[in-house]
Design a binder for this molecule. Sequence first.
Ligand code: ASP
Ligand code: MG
Length: 472
Amino acid sequence: MQKTLVMKFGGTSVGSADALANAVQIIRDAKKDWDRVVVVTSAMSGVTNLLLDSAASASQGKVDSLPAAESTLREKHFAAADVLIKDEQLREQAKAEINALILSLVDLCKAIAVLGEASPRAMDAVASLGERLSVRLLAAVANDAGIRAKGIESTEFIITNAHYQSAHPDFKATTEKTRGILNPLMDEGIIPITTGFIGATPEGAITTLGRGGSDYSAAIIGSVLPADDVWIWTDVDGVMTTDPRIVKDAKTLPEISYSEIAELAYYGAKVLHPKTIRPVVDAGIGLRICNTFNPSHPGTRLTANSKSNGKVNGQVVKAVTAIRKQRLVTIEGRGMLGVPGVAARAFGAVASTRTSVPLITQASSEQSICFAVPSETAPSVLEALQKTFAHEIEDEDIDRVWSTDDVSIVTVVGAGMRHTPGVAGKVFSQLGNNGVNVLAIAQGSSEVSISLVVDAMDTENAVKTLHKLIVQ
Ligand code: ASP
Ligand code: MG
């Protein structure tokens, strides 16, 4: 059986000449161990933001920053091409293609400025340029280094619906096209190097899969081929037990289960795009996160949820994360007891402000509902709630709708907690003994995590002290 590997390089992994040189070495090494290799690339770091900012300014009629954006893009890509591509013809060809794409950014932005508006479709056309630029660079650099590789845009085989900026793939059409285009190349020993993040509708309009979507692209390609493994190359050694800026001896986890990382992704560990997991789990494909800047490190392996019940070496608590800048909103009043529909109306009001809610708690007394929202959304959330419950507030069935100052949600993750009584107790005594006051608690019924709300001031202390529960 031929073994197939899909490798995705993130923005920093292709963000400079040095990074690209590492990436090319990694590709070369992979070809020694795998019969078939597909490479998926992100845009060079910072490029997607720059593109989207340019389009946003253009939509307000502002095009004065375009020349600066143009030269930044040219410099970034050309500098790497000049250092890494020795063959003059290859280099000039790549630079000409890159230049043409940069000029098309200028055209698109000017058109947006004339219209005075950027449709989601236009935004995707602009955003797609980052990967379309980097794929040409990486393919040329790989070819120059003697690797048989071919750059291809994934718009040719990732077929999506027309939900611009967050398009959903049509797996049937994508399977057929991906196999049809990539397999013949791989049969010839050629490594396809393709764009992450983007696809196209059946009519050929460019779509994007959502910010950070290159991970998802790799998962889609891996699942439809199918591949044996998908490796996500990034700029950290893998998933860590916590933020190393808070706890110096934070460690890389050798393994984490899909359900555990899902909790982490949700709580702000930005290692993996959440949509990446589903296609690879469904297809039973291995997933690994590794560091372009430290390639000999084994990184983190994602494991199926059932394996060792999530416990590794008896480890119950695996990771601690914090999301900052949240506020707790409370709706309280005795008149809420036993009245159906209060929660539904409350969350309806929150939804109308397009705010998503990371944590909810309600005590069985039903005298208050409490949930967290990002701090900057709190004023509009409160306003919406006051409007929705105007009658109840007037009749004093609801006494108060209010929010706290900034708080943090600290989450302790570990699938082993499910089978180990007393973890919650340990968590709370650990915090209590260290003088951290807990404002609210939520535990998902999956028992894979416990989340606590603490005062913003207590964040670091809470994370440090809970990190001690991880047996190292
Ligand atoms: N370049 C895209 C972004 O910045 C996709 C990715 O890097 O995953 O969102
Ligand atoms: Mg990413």
